[in-house]
Design a protein around this ligand. Sequence first.
Ligand SMILES: [Zn+2]
Length: 342
Amino acid sequence: MSLILIHSERFAEHQTPPGHPERPERAEVLDAVAARWRSHGTEIIAPRAATREQLLRVHDADYVRRISETTGRATQLDPDTYTSPESYDIALLAAGACVDAVERVMGASHRAAYALVRPPGHHAERARAMGFCLFNNVAVAAAHARAMGAAKVAIVDFDVHHGNGTQHIFDSDPHVLYISLHQFPYYPGTGAAEEIGREAGRGFTVNVPLEVGAVDDDYQLAFRRIVVPVLRQFEPSLLIVSAGFDAHEHDPLGGMRVTTPAFGAMTAELRGVADECCRGRLVAAVEGGYDLQALAASLDQSIERLSENAAPAAWPTSGIASSRGQATVAELRPLLAPFWTI
Ligand SMILES: [Zn+2]
């Protein structure tokens, strides 16, 4: 009952055009982080490819076929999403890694599993590639957990971008809670506080939009006042984390000022909830993070907080005055009051 990492050296085979932020060098960061944890005695396994049946729980058959047809050639799927000849196979491995992570944790062979994957997944819609993403890795994982019998699955997404795909795939489903903290307004344009889910899923989408420039203290406030209380009340059977590191202060895409230790603190907060609600069952999957050094250091901190004897959450104090977190909490209170006590 410990932590397992799921990683493949093949993730570098998904190639993007020169200058693209989601570049194969990100896979070298994942390789180096995996190698370091292996040397510390952490178990690491290679993923299997996701099956068609697993993908079709969250993607349209036509869409899966379209992506499969990119095999062997380079294509552009949207203004910033590309495939190389191997991308379909690699995207299957990324989604499959998340399925493997769920199987380990739901099968109780491991308490937590971290999928060190690329390409990322949270922008991928049911029938549309977007924002560097081909298949929605965490959505595939959540659907697999439900198919394995998980009554309720919570997804927390701290990537700097809103996970439009994940939100839309589950927005009418009360069994899958989606909580996203993200820079707003920003790409992809979704993720306003008012987006709370629809039909039976009303209240089970919780967006925490933060103004550009948010610091560690803003994130801490959002976690303590919104994210953790909602998770405790939802009582998930499994917690899945869309772990993007592009809210880092050095990230070239994001405009936030989150420091490396805060990514450890966020992960520790989530581990604490998983320990309380679901015997520690937590699956994390890498999303964005485009400064290679920041990605390496922040991912390392995040993994550290899921290892055996990790300390509880200790937030760094930013020392920068910011009221962004307070403003967001105040905005969310009346919107979430019908559904959650916060
Ligand atoms: Zn991102």
